[in-house]
Design a protein around this ligand. Structure first.
Ligand code: SAM
Length: 261
């Protein structure tokens, strides 16, 4: 962590709101049901076991990174254990994402960045009747995750191998509407803004977009600020690890909250 990230995190900790500080009923419910509520779902046990299994695997994989890289992982050859510990959404974040989609029940979901496929399985299990499209650029990670999906009989996951830059527009042209997008790869300004603008073309009133690692770099911070300021975004939530946006038309005045996660 750089000094700047530490200061940003401290500032976040000191200024973030809890349910007592928000007046919006929507955000109050969001906080109490999804962040404060620690009640486990049955699926968490199996997903936790899978996480443990990946977390001790010494198997290595050759990674092709089409994105902005990783601060904690370097080199082409990486162990599954390292990726599971440093390259994917951790337990708390993944369980939050499970609760989030379970509450809003999006029908069509897109994940940019499959990696090992573990977070895809949280989505898949949270809403088995929905369809999750997950895109991964690295062929070896794509194959690894595909095997994991087959092993878990996750029939509602359609995994795609290719660069987000070409796969996302191709996918969006095929689907009627995008209900949920999780952007978890290529954390740089230009691509993040490009994916956001592509998603705007297929959004609906209840679409939710989650941006991972909004404080990963100055570029990501800049992208996040611009996204929040976009006039189509009616509500933005800053959870430090995630930035989440909504387009709710019933929200007449644009609002932004920093919430303690
Ligand atoms: C942070 S990991 C995804 C973690 C995963 N969502 C999870 O929580 O389990 C990001 C992934 O995005 C992939 N990626 C980055 N940039 C890409 C691009 N431009 N096109 C395709 N894949 C990309 C990387 O190969 C990496 O596996």
């Amino acid at each position: 962590m750089t000094l700047k990230t530490i200061l940003t995190f401290l500032n976040y900790k000191l200024t973030a709101y809890t349910e007592h500080d928000v007046h919006s009923p929507f955000v109050y419910n969001f906080y109490t049901e999804l962040i404060k509520n620690k009640h486990p779902y049955n699926d968490f046990e199996l997903l936790g076991k899978l996480r443990e299994e990946l977390g001790v695997s010494s198997k290595t994989i050759e990674v092709t990174d089409l994105g902005a890289g990783s601060k904690k992982l370097s080199g082409v050859k990486r162990s599954i254990r390292q990726i599971a510990k440093h390259g994917i959404a951790q337990k708390k974040q993944a369980e939050f994402l499970y609760r989030l989609v379970n509450k809003f029940n999006p029908k069509t979901l897109v994940e940019l960045g499959t990696s090992l496929g573990l977070t895809s399985l949280y989505f898949s299990k949270a809403i088995p009747k929905s369809t999750l499209y997950t895109i991964e650029g690295c062929p070896n990670l794509f194959n690894f995750s595909k095997k994991l999906f087959q092993r878990q009989e996750a029939k509602n996951i359609i995994s795609l191998n290719g660069n987000f830059n070409s796969e996302l527009p191709a996918l969006l042209s095929k689907i009627d509407s995008l209900d949920f997008l999780y952007i978890d790869g290529n954390h740089a300004y230009e691509p993040t803004m490009a994916y956001f603008k592509m998603a705007l073309q297929k959004k609906n009133a209840s679409t939710i977009i989650v941006f991972d690692d909004i404080y990963w770099s100055n570029e990501m911070e800049r992208a996040w600020k611009e996204i929040c300021a976009n006039t189509e975004v009616t509500l933005s939530l800053d959870l430090f690890y995630f930035g989440i946006i909504f387009f709710r038309p019933e929200q007449k005045n644009k609002e932004h909250f920093v919430l303690k996660f």
